[in-house]
Design a protein around this ligand. Structure first.
Ligand code: S3P
Length: 437
C-alpha cells in the first residue's frame, strides 16, 4: 500500500528521552554470522525492519531454525549447515543481505539464486563478484546486477586490495574466507569501512586479525569454528541521525537518545556535528557484545557553521549524508562534501535524489560528481518556506530526510511512499509524535 504523509513546520520543540531502533548492520550480521556457529543463540534488540526480515526469511529457507521470543528477541538454533533452497532467495531492498549472503552461499554444496526489488536489481554486484570469483566462487549475474546465481566452487584464500571502502564487499569476502579450507584470506581497503563483521567474528572467537599496512586497512581471516554466544544489538546511529539533526535545527529542542552504537567506524556524524559547533554530548559509555555504546544528548544549535567533509570521513558517515546535506542548509556558510561518489550506488542515486528533493524546499545545493556544495543560511533562521511534495525513490533515508526537512518548512508538505521507512526505522512516526508532545 502506498502511504503519503502530510506534515507542516513545527511550532513546538522536540523534547524527550527516547530509544531508537536497533542497528541494521549488526542485526543482519547477528543472524548471518550467528548461523555459522553451532548452538542456541539469543539475539536481543534485533531490528524487525524489512531489510533484516529479508535476511531472516532467507536463512529460514536455507533450513535455519529461527524463532521470535518477543518482538525484538530472536532465538537462533545454529547448526553451521544449510539446506538447498526450494525457491529464489528474495533480498528485497537490502544490499547488505544480497552481498553478505553471496559470501556465505558460495561455499555451499548447492545452487541458489539471490534476487531483489527494482532498486536492488539496479545496484552494482561486480564489486563482490570479482573478489569472490578470484577465490574460486561460481557466480553468475545479469550483467553485473542481481539476480545472482551461485553454485559450489572450490574456494582458495586470496589477498584482495579493494578499490573502494565497502563493508559489504569486505564482509562478503570474509564470510567466504571463513569457510575456505585452502589458505587464509586478506582484504585491504583504502579507508576503514564499518567493522561490525570483524568485531562480531572476534566476539564468536574466529581466527581473525586486523592491521594497517602502507596506509591501507587490512583484515585476515582463516577457516575456524565459531563459538555460539548470546548477543545484544546496540541502537542504530544511522537511524538516530535523523533525530539528532532534527533536534539541532528545530528551535528550543533537547533530546537524549539512549543506547546508541558508538563504534568509531560509524560516528562520523558526531565528529561532523562537533566540527559544525552543534550542541552535542556523549554520556554513559559502555561496551556491549564487542561494540561501543552510549547515550547522546543533542540540543537546538542555532550557531552551527558549515564545514568540509571528505576522505576518511566518508565511510564513517556514508548513510548519514542525506541528512547531513539537510543539516548543512541550516548552518552558516558553505559546506563541501567530496569523495562520496558511491552515493550513486545506494538505494537511490543519493547525489541526485537528495539534491532534487531538498531543492523543492528552496535549499541551495549544487551536486558534484562525488558530493555536494551546500550554501547554508546567511543570517537569521534558515527555515524553508515552500509547498513541497517529496518522492523517495524506494529509499528509506530519502523519505526520512524529507520528513525532517518538512519540520522546518513553514508551508504544507507531503512525503509520498512513506512506507519505505519500514526498511530501517519501523516506528519513525511514533517516535516523532512522542517527541512533539
Ligand atoms: C552496510 C555497508 C554500507 C552502508 C549500508 C550498510 C553494511 O554499504 O551504506 O547501508 O551493513 O555493511 P557499502 O558497503 O556499500 O559502503
Amino acid at each position: 500500500m502506498r502511504k503519503s504523509v502530510a506534515t507542516q513546520g513545527l511550532s513546538t520543540p522536540l523534547k524527550g528521552e527516547i530509544i531508537t531502533p536497533p542497528d541494521k548492520s549488526m542485526s543482519h550480521r547477528s543472524l548471518i554470522i550467528g548461523s555459522l556457529t553451532k548452538g542456541k543463540i539469543k539475539i536481543s534488540n534485533f531490528l524487525t525492519g524489512a531489510d533484516c526480515l529479508a535476511t531472516l526469511e532467507i536463512l529460514k529457507e536455507l533450513g535455519c531454525e529461527i524463532e521470535f521470543l518477543d518482538k525484538n528477541t530472536v532465538i537462533l538454533n545454529a547448526k553451521n549447515a544449510y539446506t538447498a533452497p526450494k525457491k529464489e532467495l528474495y533480498c528485497g531492498n537490502s544490499g547488505t543481505t544480497i552481498r553478505l549472503m553471496a559470501g556465505l552461499l558460495c561455499a555451499q554444496n548447492f545452487k541458489s539464486t539471490l534476487s531483489g526489488d527494482i532498486s536492488l536489481s539496479k545496484r552494482p554486484m561486480k564489486r563482490i563478484i570479482a573478489p569472490l570469483s578470484l577465490m574460486g566462487a561460481k557466480l553468475k549475474s545479469n550483467e553485473g546486477k542481481a539476480p545472482l546465481v551461485i553454485e559450489q566452487g572450490e574456494l582458495n584464500g586470496i589477498e584482495y586490495k579493494s578499490p573502494i571502502a565497502s563493508a559489504q564487499v569486505k564482509s562478503a569476502i570474509l564470510l567466504a574466507g571463513l569457510q575456505t579450507p585452502n589458505g587464509k584470506t586478506t582484504v585491504l581497503e583504502p579507508s576503514l569501512s564499518r567493522n561490525h563483521t570483524e568485531r562480531m567474528l572476534q566476539f564468536f572467537g574466529s581466527d581473525i586479525e586486523t592491521f594497517t599496512k602502507d596506509g591501507l586497512f587490512g583484515v585476515t581471516i582463516g577457516q575456524s569454528s565459531l563459538i555460539p554466544k548470546d548477543l545484544n544489538v546496540v541502537g542504530d546511529i544511522s537511524s538516530a541521525a535523523f533525530i539528532m539533526v532534527a533536534t539541532s535545527i528545530v528551535k528550543n529542542s533537547d533530546v537524549i537518545l539512549k543506547n546508541i552504537g558508538l563504534n568509531p567506524t560509524r560516528t562520523g556524524l558526531i565528529d561532523v556535528m562537533k566540527r559544525m559547533k552543534a550542541n552535542i554530548n556523549i554520556l554513559n559509555c559502555d561496551l556491549v557484545s564487542n561494540e561501543e555504546v552510549g547515550d547522546i544528548r543533542i540540543q537546538y544549535s542555532p550557531d552551527m557553521e558549515g564545514c568540509k567533509i571528505s576522505g576518511n570521513d566518508i565511510p564513517r558517515l556514508i548513510d548519514e549524508l542525506p541528512i547531513i546535506v539537510l543539516l548543512a542548509t541550516q548552518a552558516k556558510g558553505t559546506t563541501t562534501i567530496k569523495d562520496a561518489g558511491d552515493l550513486k550506488n545506494k538505494e537511490s542515486d543519493r547525489i541526485a535524489s537528495v539534491t532534487r528533493e531538498l531543492r523543492k524546499f528552496g535549499a541551495k545545493i549544487e551536486p558534484t560528481d562525488d558530493g555536494f556544495i551546500i550554501e547554508g543560511k546567511n543570517s537569521g533562521n534558515g527555515l524553508f518556506n515552500k509547498e513541497a511534495e517529496v518522492e523517495c525513490y524506494h529509499d528509506h533515508r530519502i523519505a526520512m530526510m524529507g520528513y525532517i526537512a518538512a519540520l522546518i518548512n513553514q508551508k504544507p508538505c507531503k512525503i509520498n511512499d512513506f512506507e519505505w521507512v519500514e526498511t530501517s526505522f519501523p516506528n519513525f512516526l511514533n517516535i516523532f509524535e512522542n517527541l512533539k508532545k
